[in-house]
Design a binder for this molecule. Sequence first.
Ligand code: NAG
Ligand code: NAG
Length: 359
Amino acid sequence: MSALQCLTFLFLCLLLLQNTTSASPLRLARRWPSHSNFAKHPRRVVFPVNRSSCDLFAGEWVRDETYPLYRSIECGGGMIDPGFDCQTYGRPDSDYLKFRWQPFNCDVPRFNGVKFLQEMRNKTIMFVGDSLGRNQWESLMCMISSSAPDIHTHIIHEDPLSTFKILDYNVKVSFYRAPYLVDIDKIRGKTTLKLDEISVDASNIWRTADVLLFNTGHWWSHTGSLRGWEQMETGGKYYGDMDSPNEWTSRSKASTITQGAKSCYGQTTPYSGTTYPTSSYVSQKKVIDEVVKEMKSHVSLMDISMLSALRIDGHPSIYSGDLNPSLKRNPDRSSDCSHWCLPGLPDTWNQLFYAALLF
Ligand SMILES: *[C@@H]1O[C@H](CO)[C@@H](O)[C@H](O)[C@H]1NC(C)=O
Ligand SMILES: *[C@@H]1O[C@H](CO)[C@@H](O)[C@H](O)[C@H]1NC(C)=O
């Protein structure tokens, strides 16, 4: 089995808001594996300070005129969904493209597509999750294509598995759509999330990957007609909602109150600041830490929540090819404040992924 003995990434974005409110991934914990197959070759000094004092996820956004890393026209062939292609669909401002994430104690290495492909030769990198995973998958395709321009590539768009093949290096970068990650099935006529299970079909495909990046979040907290499930099952017991004994619901509400005040429409600069504007993550972080600690595979939590929460300016709002003109005239109701423009924030997620994976 080629798969899980390599470095496995757990990338969790919890998106708790819908519709017009600004939604940002929650702050979660991160844990580096002490060793991995990719680190067997001698360690190169890349971060200017030693690794243990470098927290990639604590830092600030700084203006950088060399950004963005690519233009949307540089990644043709339908790599960017219309819903993320803000510049093509009329976004008038471009300052939001000019920010770089700067950790306090070290520098993030600049993404080098050729190096990435060389190191990943014969390997499969797979994003698993909801449309934010797709957002990040498309970003990585664009980053690779623009920084390794002479490669021969091929994209297969299918549901649930889409694959970008870089033929010259025998590398696959895939996206597997699984918004809840866990299995979802009809039990006694009710659509049920089986919290302890992954479907056989999904796990057979995930096993073929060398590196897996997971994300999940806002599908869990949809309500009303948007909710895609009727009950949850764990340990043979059924639950109608995420409240007691589980604390997610009250935590989501806390986040909604602190973040939901402002629509992303018309926002052109990041929030200033270097901390997440709420402490509701502390308890959540503990839960995640405990779960990750118990996992047998090498797992890292990419804690992109705080840095993303600051980027109120990075969402498509109405500059999405998915909105018709009448929806665009009504930003308060139809702005997309969940996904992210490309180029944009997901490029930073991938730069951090690249740094965590290869350095
Ligand atoms: C690395 O950084 C940590 C935390 O600042 C420090 O305690 C440790 O001594 C440093 N190690 C080396 C080899 O510099
Ligand atoms: C990649 O696969 C090819 C063909 O099987 C093999 O010749 C080559 O050594 C492999 N390279 C790496 C780095 O695994």
